[in-house]
Design a binder for this molecule. Structure first.
Ligand SMILES: Nc1nc2c(ncn2[C@@H]2O[C@H](COP(=O)(O)OP(=O)(O)OP(=O)(O)O)[C@@H](O)[C@H]2O)c(=O)[nH]1
Ligand SMILES: [Mg+2]
Length: 416
């Protein structure tokens, strides 16, 4: 950890202004402290005193004078912000932000981080479902060098208390969906739905965050520069008091959030790959006309289609090898190596073709989707398949081939 100048003696003002503008955390703050813990609240007045008592009991022995707890309240009708103000007199590390211009859990957390002074930024729910004592282990993980320390329900020592089968299924289903849409983000942690974690300021500073709904951790993983991750098991407890704010519309938000992040984090090569794919469609169409149309050669349709598709595959390979993946193709070499790449590309695109037929009939015959919409979806999915599988197998950088892909930098529960 860098050198930290504690704010000795100077009490931070208890009322914190709401930052405006883009949701971007600054790289540095005046008078830095070591840890800022954000507590987003909406109608949590009955939980706050007990929560703050437990939080300060964990943090004071470790970080006295070098941490802050920032309650970010969205002008709760039950006056949570007023209760927080009163409690800040008893616990000087507590500060309060009362938001009236914006609403929502994720932006509350980011506005809190923007106003915070910590080198490490953290978040915890206010309803005591996240056991405060786990903070000690998260902090140790950060001290040991992690960029991100996540309290997880799905590693050793983790779990959920009394969840119904339906809620468990919904939670796991959301995780699987995330894995399908954004494997390189959601797959980095065992509990991507966790709302209890710490992240190093330097890992997210400067990145414009754009979350939707509840899943702020996915945003941090997707847009931050996170190299090392630690996970610490915890049991998600029952709410102490008050009511859940989870509604069905949050599932729709989650889906939109995933798609938004997917588009924002597409590799720079993808647009080139998609453009090459379009030229392939042109080649395929033109040849199909030339070979099969009665006004041209008038050959059989199947024979013509196979030739047209193969010509398109050759066209696409040439463009991708000399443009989309040019830098990697150079490292891999020409001649026999290029032929091998072509063979792989051909095989993968062939599988893609079979996949698109399957996807089309599944959507049209089983789900009753409009055939043109279904075709559009099938083309999008198969383009993604072709891109990622070819990236991994046809144009894998030489070093990635020699060593098996390094497991994602992750040390689970590495901390006692
Ligand atoms: N500032 C702010 N906080 C919110 C908002 N919605 C929820 N929160 C807080 O975010 C935390 C998590 O919300 P919960 O409703 O407990 O969600 P959950 O823990 O996923 O679901 P439950 O298990 O049903 O409690 C709590 O501390 C809430 O008070 C919001 O719109 N603004
Ligand atoms: Mg809760």
């Amino acid at each position: 950890m860098g050198v930290v100048r504690p704010v000795v003696g100077s009490r931070l003002p208890a009322v914190v202004e709401v930052p405006r503008g883009p949701l971007r955390v600054d790289p540095e703050r005046e008078g830095p402290i070591r840890l800022s813990l954000i507590v987003p609240t909406y109608d949590e007045s009955r939980n706050l005193e007990e929560l703050l008592r437990q939080l300060t009991a964990v943090l004071e022995p470790r970080l006295a004078g070098e941490y802050e707890i920032l309650v970010v309240d969205d002008d709760s009708p039950d006056g949570t912000w007023a209760v927080a103000m009163r409690l800040s007199e008893r616990w000087p590390a507590v500060r309060v932000m009362r938001r009236r211009s914006e609403k929502g859990l994720s932006t509350a957390v980011i506005r809190g981080w923007q106003a915070a002074r910590g080198e490490v930024l953290a978040v915890i729910d206010a309803d005591l479902q996240h056991p405060p004592e786990v903070l000690g282990r998260l902090w140790e993980a950060m001290r040991a060098g992690a960029d991100l320390a996540v309290a997880s329900r799905h590693v050793e020592g983790g779990g959920v208390s009394d969840w119904s089968a339906l809620r468990r299924a919904l939670s796991r289903g959301a995780q699987l969906l995330g894995l399908a849409v954004l494997p390189s983000v959601v797959g980095r942690v065992s509990d991507p739905m966790s709302g209890y974690f710490m992240v190093r300021r330097s890992a997210i500073a400067g990145a414009e965050l754009s979350p939707l709904g509840y899943k702020i951790l996915i945003e941090v993983l997707g847009r931050g520069r996170i190299r090392t991750i630690s996970e610490v098991g915890y049991v998600f407890r029952e709410r102490l008091a008050g009511e859940s704010k989870v509604t069905a519309s949050l599932y729709a938000d989650y889906l939109r959030h995933l798609v938004r992040l997917r588009l924002a984090t597409l590799p720079a090569r993808f647009p080139r790959f998609a453009a090459v794919g379009l030229t392939g469609v042109g080649v395929d169409m033109a040849l199909l006309f030339l070979l099969s149309d009665p006004r041209a050669l008038g050959w059989g349709l199947t024979q013509s289609k196979v030739l047209a598709a193969e010509a398109a595959i050759v066209n696409n390979f040439m463009w991708n090898d000399s443009w989309t993946f040019r830098d990697i193709a150079r490292q891999l070499g020409g001649g026999g190596a290029r032929l091998k790449r072509f063979a792989r590309f051909n095989l993968i695109c062939g599988m893609g073709l079979a996949l698109s037929v399957l996807l089309l009939s599944l959507q049209v015959d089983v789900l009753g989707v409009n055939r043109y919409l279904a075709n559009g979806i099938a083309i999008a999915l198969v383009t993604a398949w072709n891109f990622w599988i070819n990236k991994a197998f046809s144009w894998a950088p030489p070093e990635a081939r020699r060593a098996a892909p390094a497991p994602l930098a992750r040390r689970r529960a590495a901390v006692p």
